[in-house]
Design a protein. Structure first.
Length: 105
């Protein structure tokens, strides 16, 4: 299992458009075999900062995700909205354990 946090800072006034495009991408991503969760969060202190929390079945799933039409459309749609390039960090799950909290399909 692999957890990826994608940090996105959008330009002022672009948050609503970013949310709309990202919700569409998140819904489609959840249909992928390798995606267990796809959460979109917004920083309360900095409302133009978003974190996508993507939970993948394995280390290969993010590459497969990036080949989907919905990801490519999202990337193209939100690129001009970004105040700076997005960046990500990779994490391993510690708690909850798979059998108690990270449900697979």
């Amino acid at each position: 299992m692999l957890i990826v946090h994608v940090h996105v800072h959008v330009k002022p006034g672009m948050a609503d458009a970013f949310i709309e495009a990202t919700r569409k991408n998140a819904r489609a991503s959840l249909e992928e075999e390798g995606v267990l969760r796809f959460d979109v969060t917004r920083d309360l202190a900095k409302p133009d900062h978003f974190v996508l929390v993507e939970v993948y079945r394995d280390a290969e799933a993010p590459a497969a995700h990036k080949e989907t039409d919905h990801y490519k459309a999202w990337r193209e749609d939100v690129e001009p909205m970004m105040a700076s390039p997005r960046h990500s960090t990779k994490h391993e799950p510690i708690a909850p354990m798979l059998e108690s909290g990270w449900r697979s399909k």
